[in-house]
Design a binder for this molecule. Structure first.
Ligand code: NAD
Ligand code: MN
Length: 352
């Protein structure tokens, strides 16, 4: 007998607790070797409880429920994994959604999300040259920001270590997916045409790491065109590696092609810890109505069970969700149905 895993469950705010509650009703029925510590809606996760748990399932916070920053920056979960996979039966904005099955991996600790912001005057006082300097056909174009008066800055940071570790993660994921029949390819996205110093660095460092991984192919695509391809030819992707901001934004585009935010799970992975949460926010506009689609939270939970080594249970949960959605007679309103959150969860529990 292996000892129980300890999982902390954070319902979060607005409609998120309804999705978490539905997910817990399915998980409890699976009778897993897990001790669950389920917080109350709106209750913050303490660093002590997080650190005493093997992993965390986080609903979603509107800023009231705290703890997410501990899971990201405290735990160093640098790789955010967001599968974009079409489940047959879901109304899609795409003409041919059936082959959409890729994974966005975005770096999660660096970029502008480091939160280093302030007034422009502070940079000027530190002696930073605030003049845009572009060379075009031998002419130096200068746009002096200081002359524009009051303003603010935000710093975008990529470190070699930060890019290398998330690229290693993406390459390892592509290898695992290749063993399951996928292409085994990482597509790097970014804006190295505009920002060769930063996004060019991200691209070059990531590519060098991926090319060192035998069996994994690598290509790249500017982020703007990547957004277009997510909509027009998403079947071409396997693993897509992006910096933090672009990955966060483009993963909502990906979600929009496979039925919306109600369908998009995620996991945040570091070297030793991982936590799981739906991509969506707290959905305040539908709170209290028992209509939030719990699929994103259920699929995040399936990723969590996989991480805990409970592979069979992960697969049972994943395929139960697919079975219920594909059957087409029990869908929440975001998927065009009339089922409540609870009804959908009971159907999933019945299919596990
Ligand atoms: P949101 O994701 O909460 O909602 C966007 C739209 O999608 C809303 O119309 C909502 O009803 C709908 N939606 C989202 N999830 C759904 C689901 N599972 N089923 C059915 N419909 C669903 O984004 P928002 O409204 O921009 O943000 C609301 C709050 O959530 C904000 O405070 C924001 O900061 C926060 N937020 C938190 C996280 C997080 O905790 N990781 C992520 C994104 C947003
Ligand atoms: Mn987001």
């Amino acid at each position: 007998m292996t000892a129980d895993r300890h999982v902390a469950v954070v319902p979060g705010d607005d409609a998120a607790p309804e999705a978490v509650d539905a997910t817990m009703s399915v998980l409890e029925q699976l009778a897993l070797p897990v001790t669950w510590t389920v917080l109350k809606p709106g209750e913050s996760l303490t660093a002590e409880l997080a650190d005493a748990s093997d992993t965390v399932l986080f609903g979603s916070s509107n800023g009231h429920t705290g703890g997410l920053m501990q899971l990201r920056f405290g735990w160093g979960t640098y790789a955010n994994v967001r599968p974009v996979r079409y489940i047959p039966g879901v109304p899609s904005s795409l003409r041919r959604p059936d082959d959409v099955d890729y994974v966005i991996v975005h770096e999660a600790l660096e970029d502008v999300y480091a939160g280093i912001e302030g007034p422009l005057s502070r940079l000027a006082a530190a002696g930073v040259d605030l003049t845009t300097q572009y060379e075009t056909a031998g002419t130096r174009l200068r746009y002096p920001f200081t002359a524009a008066g009051e303003g603010v800055y935000g710093i975008k940071i990529y470190t070699r270590e930060g890019v290398e570790r998330v690229a290693r993660f993406a390459a390892a994921l592509a290898l695992r997916r290749k063993a399951q029949g996928h292409a085994g390819r990482v597509t790097i996205g970014g804006k190295w045409n505009v920002n060769p110093g930063t996004d060019g660095f991200f691209h070059d460092v990531a590519r060098a790491v991926i090319e060192e991984t035998p069996g994994v192919a690598c290509d790249s695509c500017l982020a703007d065109d990547l957004g277009r391809r997510f909509v027009m030819s998403p079947e071409q992707f396997d693993v897509v590696l992006l910096p933090n901001l672009l990955g966060d934004v483009l993963s909502d585009v990906g979600a929009g092609t496979v039925g919306g935010l109600g369908m998009a799970p995620s996991g945040g992975y570091g070297d030793s810890r991982a936590y799981f949460e739906p991509v969506h926010g707290s959905a305040p506009d539908i709170a209290g109505r028992n209509v939030i689609n719990p699929t994103a939270t259920l699929l995040s939970a399936a990723m969590m069970l996989d991480h805990l080594g409970l592979t069979d249970a992960a697969q049972r949960l994943d395929s139960a969700v697919r079975t219920v959605i594909s059957a087409g007679d029990c869908a929440t309103p975001d998927l065009g149905g009339t089922a409540s959150t609870g009804e959908f969860a009971r159907a999933v529990a019945g299919s596990c």
